[in-house]
Design a protein around this ligand. Structure first.
Ligand code: ADP
Ligand code: ASP
Ligand code: MG
Length: 402
């Protein structure tokens, strides 16, 4: 059996027309000799009646401090509706199909409600359906705990369901269908002339996702990478070939641009950057600061520690709590609210001189102040003021000729 997992995102199942386009992709896969397993997200986006954000709003209006287990229960409902409707759509054209919850598809998770990790998948039930010629339409983004509670896998987590099912079913390929024709050199909502990458490595896409590119869930890429299952990101609404995500050596062989240095520009919004003064004569002062933050469950990023000061960022929703903590403990600090992090990502930059020079020059030419840089061997990032974010993304996209 040649198995393919086909995942359809929120916009691909939002309307009757979209569902026709989606089911045509399923029917094409069957005609091409594949046995498909379908994964769906909740219908539509923020503001649409059954979208995840709308469900969260309903319950939070009732009680903003709702128990995380019950929040996960309502958050699973969007995918339940979507799976039933998509199964009905497939049945309407003679494709035998059945909607399954994450639990019915054998997905067991830990009990970290809101951001649960998949512990194991037993594909037996799915295979019963598939061997009987029935297309399972699985609710993305959800699993169940050992004791049977609904869990969700983190926002955007239907991609992760698809990748994990791809591994469990030993699929030939995982297709992620969405509203863009592939992974692009920048978010097309910010850079109108961003181009589509024909082929890109698991590592680069993972970095892009961690740096904020919402096109695919980072964990999905990590799961597929481990078992080297190819992922193709493509549009439900066209026949464009999309982007193949695979190993670096396969990228080098297949890419129209071998030796590419930078793959993409990504961004993360809504950060607050802190600069905290430390006692340069006390080796424990940095340790104490990060202990204080950790004990208050404040998650920090973009860390920089020097004898006399430390810089770090938190999400805006933690900014007030962080200010209060630093004041209460008696630290002297500065804070920049409403910041963003803009990053260039590319494993090709390893050992290449001049990337930082181009990066800094691109932002300086537009008069964009860099508050801090952070880097790894495949990523260079800068914290900047959020009001200049779009200019920064465009400037970097131009400077690296993406
Ligand atoms: P889905 O509901 O299908 O999962 P998402 O909204 O999660 O769709 O992801 C698709 C969106 O990701 C696109 O509409 C696009 O605006 C955004 N996006 C951000 N960065 C990129 C990028 N580098 N390439 C393509 N799309 C991107
Ligand atoms: N519906 C979920 C969300 O909005 C999962 C997904 O779309 O992948 O986060
Ligand atoms: Mg998504």
């Amino acid at each position: 059996m040649k198995i393919i997992v086909q995942k359809f995102g929120g916009t691909s199942v939002a309307t009757a027309e979209a569902r026709i386009a989606a089911r045509n992709k399923v029917s094409d896969a069957i005609k091409a000799g594949f046995t498909p397993a379908v994964v769906v997200s909740a219908m539509g986006r923020k503001g649409d009646p059954y979208a995840t954000d709308s469900l969260i709003e309903i319950i939070k209006n009732e009680n903003s401090a709702v128990d995380s287990r019950d929040l996960d229960t309502i958050m699973c409902c969007g995918e339940l509706i979507s799976a039933a409707v998509m199964a009905a759509s497939l049945q309407s054209v003679g494709i035998n199909a059945a909607a399954l919850t994450g639990g019915q598809a054998g997905i067991k998770t830990d009990a970290n409600f809101g951001d649960a990790k998949i512990r194991n998948i037993n594909p037996e039930n799915l295979l019963l359906y598939m061997n009987a010629g029935i297309v399972p339409v699985v609710c993305g983004f959800q699993g169940i705990t050992e004791d049977g509670r609904f869990t969700t896998l983190g926002r955007g987590g239907s991609d992760t369901t698809a990748a994990a099912l791809g591994v469990a079913l030993e699929a030939d390929c995982v297709e992620i269908y969405t509203d863009v024709e592939g992974i692009m050199t920048a978010d097309p909502r910010v850079v109108a002339d961003a181009s589509i990458l024909d082929c890109v490595s698991y590592g680069d896409v993972c970095q892009m996702a961690h740096q904020g590119a919402k096109v695919i869930h980072a964990r999905a890429v990590e799961i597929a990478m481990e078992k080297e299952i190819p992922i193709v990101v493509k549009s439900t609404f066209s026949d464009a070939p999309g982007t193949l995500i695979c190993n670096e050596d396969v990228v080098e062989k297949n890419s129209s641009e071998p030796g590419r240095i930078i793959s993409s520009v990504a961004y993360l919004k809504d950060l607050a950057q802190f600069k905290v003064r430390l006692d340069g004569n006390d080796v424990n002062s940095g340790h104490k600061l990060f202990d204080d933050l950790a004990h208050n469950s404040i998650s920090v990023g973009c860390l920089n520690l020097q004898p006399e000061q430390s810089m770090f960022s938190v999400f805006m929703f933690d900014a007030e709590k962080t200010c209060k903590l630093l004041k209460d403990v008696g630290y002297s600090f500065e804070v920049h609210l409403e910041c963003s992090k803009v990053s260039v990502v590319g494993s090709g930059m390893r050992g290449v001189p001049g990337i930082m020079a181009t990066f800094v020059a691109a932002l300086a030419e537009k008069g964009i102040m860099i508050l801090q840089t952070v880097d790894s061997d495949t990523t260079i990032s800068a914290i900047i003021s959020q009001e200049r974010l779009n200019d920064a993304v465009t400037a970097l996209h131009d400077a690296f000729k993406l």
